[in-house]
Write a protein that binds this ligand. Structure first.
Ligand code: CP
Ligand code: NVA
Length: 309
């Protein structure tokens, strides 16, 4: 069994294997209904336990469908209804019970420490469904979407990020190292990406650039990514933070700096960082991006369960 916690810690070979499997499975189920099982039901009889300490729509639904389509089932726990949530049971004992009753655990949490502790104590696979420092299932799925639309390896494309230096960007930086693509990051000076991560990444991938100018970052882009300026449970002065990002909006004018064929991606939910005209344009592929989470997470689960061929 394997955990899926950070893209940084997973080999390129395994990440690529996941994407290839996802593509094959997606192609094969074109005529199947939402809840129909993939041929062979590779995770028949398996239970994925999910727990969300923060809101979620897409991650919740996509993991539900992912395990169902592989022949297994899921149970979603509310963290505030667990003894752990009210401080009445240790994390170690909770992990032991999860490992006894279930076959996999998907956790969305506000605490990287909690992810680390669960990974130490669980004897079943742990999937990081978003933590303060990364959102690996989202970004691997986004690589899939980019290659599906562009019909070429992401290593041949110019990828741009406009916005906050958050968990999604961290995973994108890690992905740029694993998949070897050019990454332009456009963010205000005050919101520069995590130094340790950036130093590690830049040592391996010489094509990562951070600029404090959205227009410069967008030049010649094949893909422009953005995300909410205010992340879930962001403990900041919201008005102030939003004002710092006023020049980092994805507008039609900004999209014109990129290649004509440039696409716009956003993990959702969205805020004011993207203009409606861009969001609802033909260049925006956000709905396809959202649905691809199901396909890629199926292959992530198979990787975790040691069933990826
Ligand atoms: N993109 C994403 O993770 O969406 P949710 O927060 O709705 O799960
Ligand atoms: N950066 C966002 C992603 C939401 C899916 C957040 O952490 O809230």
């Amino acid at each position: 069994m394997k955990h899926f916690i950070n893209l940084k810690d997973i080999s390129y070979q395994n990440l690529r294997k996941i994407l290839i499997d996802a593509k094959n499975r997606k192609n094969k189920r074109k005529k199947l209904d939402t809840l129909e099982t993939d041929k062979g039901a590779p995770l028949k009889g398996k239970l994925l336990i999910q727990m969300f300490e923060k809101s979620s729509l897409r991650t919740r639904l996509s993991f539900y469908l992912a395990i169902k389509q592989l022949g297994g089932g899921t149970l979603t726990l509310r963290s505030n209804e667990l003894h752990l949530g009210s401080g009445g049971e240790s994390l170690e004992d909770t992990a032991k019970i999860l490992s006894t009753y279930g076959d996999g655990f998907m956790l969305r949490t506000d605490s990287d420490k909690k992810i680390k502790s669960f990974s130490d104590y669980l004897s079943i696979p742990l999937v990081n469904g978003l933590s303060p420092s990364s959102h690996p299932t989202q970004v691997l799925s986004d690589i899939f979407t980019v290659e599906e639309i562009k019909k070429k390896s992401i290593s041949k494309l110019n990828i741009t990020w406009i916005g906050d230096s958050n968990n999604v960007l961290n995973s994108l930086i890690a992905a740029s190292v694993k998949f070897d693509f050019k990454l332009n990051i456009g963010c205000p000076k005050k919101y520069t990406p995590n130094k340790d991560l950036l130093n590690w990444a830049k040592k391996i991938n010489k094509k990562i650039y951070v600029v404090n100018d959205a227009k410069k970052a967008a030049i010649n882009a094949d893909v422009i990514f953005s995300d909410k300026v205010l992340s879930l449970n962001d403990k900041v002065n919201k008005k102030k933070k939003l004002s710092h990002f006023k020049n980092f909006k994805v507008t039609q004018k900004l999209m014109r700096k990129a290649k004509k064929s440039c696409i716009f991606l956003h993990c959702l939910p969205r805020g004011s960082e993207v203009e409606e005209k861009v969001f609802s344009s033909n260049q925006s592929k956000v709905w396809q991006q959202a649905l691809n989470r199901v396909h890629v997470q199926k292959s992530i689960l198979l990787y975790c369960f040691g069933k990826l061929r």
